[in-house]
Design a binder for this molecule. Structure first.
Ligand SMILES: C[S@@+](CC[C@H](N)C(=O)[O-])C[C@H]1O[C@@H](n2cnc3c(N)ncnc32)[C@H](O)[C@@H]1O
Length: 300
């Protein structure tokens, strides 16, 4: 099936290119609030971050079709020993904007791939009460719904064409509230270098579970374009918003990577660049690498 993909480089607090109630599913992962090794000092304050998230939620309420679902991969952020309750605050924001809180899935990563700090070591040095700081191997997938879904609104052919493989569903344990999925590994030459991408498998499950073939999936924080790539693979259309112009080539390459070469699998790609789009990655990477050098020097 031929699909179309619209990539907009601009701020998703305003999705003027998207008509009201025209999106059938949202799969996204917002920036991790000022995470020291991903988005250092991107937002002026936690309040400013939450305000941005609220504006995007408000736009999503406008563009998402009635009864349809918004899935948000997110996590609390730890900065200089302080935990910011992003998961709880996003839940409140989405409920406040009129969404129904439908579910919460915990994405569990393999223990061997903890990327940031191993906080649990503290108790090995101080084996006494009050020194416990667990290592984080999870993220949360929040699932909200825009009102009640009309199951009769989908014609029989579309429904059958979107049938879920129950063998895969059972074998991979999609039915649980915990999903064990390997994160994108920090290999040197990966396409997603410098982007906190989620693995294809997350988008794959959510798109299969909450949309039909030929429908439109939106990611307001597109990053490397994982949602768009998997949407194409699963014969859905996609729309993506990304503030950082430097990611354009990565997204194009990622969407092209599922090219089957078959005429019927061709896709239309439209790209729009708005005035507020920025060049961000190189600058962020510089700040991160300076911080790493300072941290290394301090250890010596
Ligand atoms: C966690 S990443 C998304 C990664 C994506 N899920 C993937 O698999 O590659 C969040 C992205 O949101 C982008 N972003 C931050 N603020 C934005 C805004 N206001 N509008 C659009 N994109 C934004 C960041 O540049 C970053 O690429």
């Amino acid at each position: 099936m031929k699909t179309s993909h619209k990539l907009i480089f601009g701020d998703s607090e305003d999705m003027r290119e998207v008509e009201g109630h025209s999106v059938h599913l949202v799969v996204t992962s917002p920036p991790y609030f000022n995470a020291p090794f991903d988005y250092p000092d991107l937002f002026d304050s936690y309040e400013a971050y939450l305000e941005k998230m609220r504006k995007v939620a408000r736009e999503l309420k406008r563009v998402v079709a009635l009864g349809r679902v918004v899935c948000i991969v997110c996590d609390d952020t730890l900065i200089e020993g302080r935990k910011y309750p992003v998961v709880a605050d996003l839940t409140k924001i989405y409920i406040g904007e009129g969404f129904i809180y439908r579910d919460k899935i915990i994405w569990v990563k393999p223990e061997g791939y903890i990327r940031i700090s191993r906080r649990s070591g503290v108790i090995l040095q101080h084996p006494y009460p009050m020194y416990f700081y667990p290592d984080n191997i999870q993220e949360t997938i929040l699932i909200f719904q825009n009102g009640k879904f009309d199951y009769n609104s989908i014609d029989k052919a579309t429904r059958e064409g979107s049938r879920i493989d129950v063998t895969e569903y059972q074998r991979q344990k999609w039915y649980l509230t915990t999903w064990a999925i390997t994160n994108v590994l920090p290999l040197q030459n990966r396409l997603e270098r410098g982007i906190t991408a989620f693995p294809d498998e997350i988008a794959y499950r959510l798109i299969k579970l909450f949309s039909h073939v030929g429908e439109t999936v939106l990611d307001p924080f597109m990053g490397s374009g994982t949602t768009n790539k998997v949407a194409r693979l699963l014969q859905r259309n996609s729309i993506g918003y990304e503030i950082d112009l430097e990611l354009m080539d990565v997204v194009k390459e990622k969407i092209a990577s599922v090219d089957s070469g078959l005429f019927e699998d061709e896709c239309d790609l439209e790209i729009f660049v708005r005035d507020e789009a920025k060049h961000m990655r190189t600058q962020l990477q510089e700040v991160i690498s300076n911080r790493r050098s300072v941290a290394k020097a301090a250890k010596k």
